[in-house]
Design a protein around this ligand. Structure first.
Ligand SMILES: *Cc1c(COP(=O)(O)O)cnc(C)c1O
Length: 371
């Protein structure tokens, strides 16, 4: 008898629930920051043809280096803020969540620390837990920006092996200035600073990508995903740009043949259709800015957003507002600090449905309050 509990979970996992937003089958789904516009029939046909070709050799393991895909991703990044990036500086996995988990597996671990600044992406502490890395959370200002003096001080004190910072931040939409990225890279010493640009393509004009700072900081990692702007969440493809030593470290911890031949073929075909798949990003940005203005006109507090979602509040009972929106067929996300809700940007029709439902819910609240 070893005295292990059943099932023999590690202590930090006991009682933890699997990550994930409630998926409720309602007509208007604005809860997971997906792109509401799917691939065109032409793009879908090309992806299907690429997968058909890959299927002819599915008896063989895939290219475990994903070389052609990493070349194509480097080419894409060089058109969106990167400069002269090559395959040696690019790494890909099944979603940027897997990329970040691999970063923690390579650079975190017992006796090491990871730092982020709350409120932020709720998966980060889970990567730390899974990799037995100590988790330290600093905080953001009331407008969700970073106090750079305090952030730098925390990073110097904690000396983390990994700093995880989304820009734009989820769930607040806040982008990080490039000066802040540089400052934190310097403060981190040999610790790795991961700027998670899952929503990078939605940033407002004039807001730079952290890719610009890559040549100056060997400890900077910029992660991206095809799940959001690229309208390819179902394919599971995330990637990063970083110094070749960092890419080499990830090759040590990745599982054999982690990216299937089907995934590689799908992503390569999708990249050939990049202009089309990304073609609605401008529309989504306009719709986002309209949503921010409209929510403000309703007298609500709204966080500045460089992403495809908007955080707004504050509600004495946000769960009730969320539930009443669900009752009207609109699913948004109950996340972020107490009192706030997050809505993903959908089509104009979906946003109209959201606005109408929220107006009704708030009117009903006022009546309820007056009664
Ligand atoms: C959606 C999201 C991701 C992307 O996850 P994938 O695994 O690439 O689908 C990464 N970081 C943040 C902050 C996100 O919100």
């Amino acid at each position: 008898m070893t005295g292990l509990p059943w099932p023999p979970l590690r202590d930090p996992l006991v009682g933890d629930e699997p990550y994930g937003a409630p998926q409720i089958d309602v007509p208007v789904q604005l809860n997971t920051n997906e792109n509401p516009y799917g691939p065109s029939p032409e793009a879908a046909a090309d992806i299907a043809e690429a997968v058909r070709e890959a299927a002819l050799t599915l008896n063989r393991y895939p290219d475990r280096e994903a070389s052609a895909l990493r070349d194509a991703l480097a080419g894409y990044l060089n058109r969106d803020g990167g400069a002269g990036l090559t395959r040696a500086q690019v790494w890909a996995a099944n979603g940027s969540n897997e990329v970040m988990m691999q970063l923690l597996q390579a650079f975190g671990g017992p006796g090491r620390r990871a730092v982020s600044f709350a409120p932020t992406y709720s998966m980060y502490p889970e990567y730390a837990r899974n990799s037995i890395t100590a988790w330290v959370a600093g905080h953001r200002e009331s407008d969700f920006s970073l106090d750079l003096v305090a952030a730098e001080k925390l990073v110097r004190e904690v000396a983390p092996a990994v700093v995880l910072l989304p820009s734009p931040n989820n769930p607040t939409g806040t982008a990080l200035p490039v000066e802040a990225v540089s400052l934190l890279c310097e403060a981190a010493g040999n610790g790795v600073v991961v700027i998670d640009e899952a929503y990078g393509e939605f940033r407002r004009a004039g807001v730079p990508s952290a890719l610009e700072a890559l040549p100056r900081h060997r400890n900077l990692v910029v992660t991206r995903t095809m799940s959001k702007a690229f309208a390819l969440a179902g394919a599971r493809l995330g990637y990063l740009a970083a110094a070749p030593e960092i890419v080499d470290a990830l090759r040590v911890v990745r599982l054999p043949y982690h990216l299937s031949a089907v995934t590689q073929a799908t992503a390569l075909a999708a990249l050939r259709h990049a202009p089309e798949l990304l073609g609605r990003v401008d529309d989504l940005r306009v719709e986002r800015d309209r949503t921010v203005s409209w929510l403000r006109e309703q007298g609500l507090e709204v966080a500045e957003s460089d992403a495809n979602f908007v955080l707004f509040g504050r509600f004495a009972d946000r769960h009730r507002i969320w539930q009443r929106l669900v009752d009207r067929g609109v699913l948004i996300r109950e996340t972020g600090p107490e009192g706030w809700l997050r809505v993903s940007i959908g089509t104009p029709e979906e946003m109209n449905a959201f606005k109408q439902a929220l107006t009704e819910v708030r009117a009903a609240e006022e009546e309820g309050g007056a009664a």
